[in-house]
Write a new protein. Structure first.
Length: 82
């Protein structure tokens, strides 16, 4: 089998049949260009990934001590739009 990833430009047909491999190559930082005929028309690039930073706001937020205490009747009335 021909290793298409040695070349950096691929036809639409090859891109359709080898898309998973081309995506993996782009994720590794390789330049992947798709051409119509001999004309390069598209570059396949990875999107920046969001990173979940657990604890990113540590020390910046405070939780009131009474957060889980029942509301007073007056607060409950205001909460319910009364």
């Amino acid at each position: 089998m021909v290793n298409y990833l040695l070349d950096m430009q691929f036809s639409v047909h090859v891109a359709k049949t080898q898309l998973s491999k081309l995506i993996d190559a782009a994720l590794r930082g390789e330049e992947v260009v798709i051409a119509k005929g001999s004309q390069p028309v598209v570059r396949l690039v990875p999107l920046p990934q969001k990173r979940n930073l657990i604890g990113a706001l540590e020390g910046q937020l405070t939780v009131p001590d009474d957060l889980f205490e029942p509301m007073s009747d007056e607060e409950l009335k205001l909460w319910e739009g009364g």
